[in-house]
Design a protein around this ligand. Structure first.
Ligand SMILES: NC(=O)c1ccc[n+]([C@@H]2O[C@H](COP(=O)([O-])OP(=O)(O)OC[C@H]3O[C@@H](n4cnc5c(N)ncnc54)[C@H](OP(=O)(O)O)[C@@H]3O)[C@@H](O)[C@H]2O)c1
Length: 296
């Protein structure tokens, strides 16, 4: 059994856990004996997935939490419920994502892909940091891709110009910028932050993308359960203990483009996202730190 503090089972949260990579990751973690908290936005789909993970893994400690990453109120609500029931969190896997062929805006006024793929995980992660800091070795794993699209800070919400593939790519770069900035901020703590590229996998993620693109993805993609293997190892295997600020594929470190490691866009995106999500201060470090807080 995977254990956290005091030999209790590890508490592992997976977002987007009702299908695709999130479901496969939940299954992989449960099969290793972790207590898996599956964060899904739809109760019926979540319950079906929870039952599937519990029955296929033989693990009874599989729990469902309902939360919509497109809604900051919902994220705040689910983070509170998680920490009330599980004050210590050992692993957070941010897997959920959406691809939208047209520009849509959430109730918070953010472009949908920016909200679900970047701002949502950013807020959720920050709100769960208290719980993660109670673990003796907590790991945050952000699922992304080796995007080379730079973030357009002048038009973050795609209001002036919108290309769906470009906007999606920018959110995957935002995942990289966030991971490496988070790792810098968490330096010296027992919480690590890494990014992972699962490779192309068979899923419904790109169902709104052009037919040719879906055809090509179909040709080269692998089953989600195969793609999840490296991710599960990164989340819990002893050999990755302490590894932080790195990008992985299949358990091996890969290089993102230089821009993703640059603290300038990383810090800028952090500050802007903190403002857009109403996070007024950086609570992840001890009070005596002299690291500057994001501006309100
Ligand atoms: N597929 C690939 O080839 C590929 C390649 C590289 C990287 N990735 C990355 O791998 C990750 C997982 O992708 P996938 O292929 O497994 O995608 P997927 O099968 O489409 O699953 C996406 C998951 O995210 C959830 N989700 C969507 N919007 C949400 C919201 N507003 N709130 C909460 N959850 C929401 C979905 O829930 P519903 O079922 O309710 O919609 C679903 O559980 C993503 O970060 C993706 O960028 C995928």
């Amino acid at each position: 059994m995977l254990t956290g503090l005091s030999s209790d089972p590890k508490i592992c949260i997976v977002t987007g856990a009702n299908r695709g990579l999130g479901l496969a990751t939940g299954l992989g973690l449960a099969a290793q004996g972790a207590t898996v908290l599956m964060l899904c936005r739809d109760r019926a789909r979540g319950e079906a997935a929870r039952d599937e993970v519990a029955s296929r893994s033989g693990q009874s400690e599989v729990k469902l939490f309902i939360g919509d990453l497109a809604s900051q109120a919902s994220i705040r609500n689910v983070a509170t419920r998680i920490l009330e029931s599980h004050p210590r969190v050992d692993v957070l896997v941010n897997s959920a994502a959406v691809y939208a062929s047209k520009r849509r805006v959430t109730a918070d006024g953010l472009e949908l892909m920016f909200a679900v793929n970047h701002a949502g995980p950013f807020l959720l992660t920050n709100l769960l940091l208290d719980g993660l800091r109670r673990s003796d070795q907590a790991r945050i794993v952000n699922v992304t891709a080796p995007s080379t699209v730079q973030v357009d800070f002048e038009d973050l919400q795609g209001e002036a110009r919108f290309s769906s593939l470009n906007a999606f790519g920018a959110t995957k770069t935002a995942n990289l910028l966030f991971t490496f900035e988070l790792a810098r901020r968490l330096e010296g703590t027992a919480v690590t932050a890494t990014a992972v590229h699962p490779g192309l996998l068979r899923s419904d993620l790109m169902r709104e993308s052009p037919g040719l693109m879906r055809f090509v993805i179909g040709l080269f993609s692998k089953p989600a359960e195969q793609a999840a293997q490296g991710l599960v190892r990164l989340a819990v295997a002893p050999e990755f203990r302490g590894e932080t600020g790195k990008f992985y594929r299949d358990g091996r470190e890969i290089q993102a483009f230089d821009y993703a490691y640059d603290p300038e866009p990383g810090g800028k995106l952090w500050d802007l996202t903190a403002r857009l999500t109403g996070l007024s201060q950086w609570d992840g470090l001890p009070q005596d730190t002299d690291r500057p807080s994001p501006r309100p």
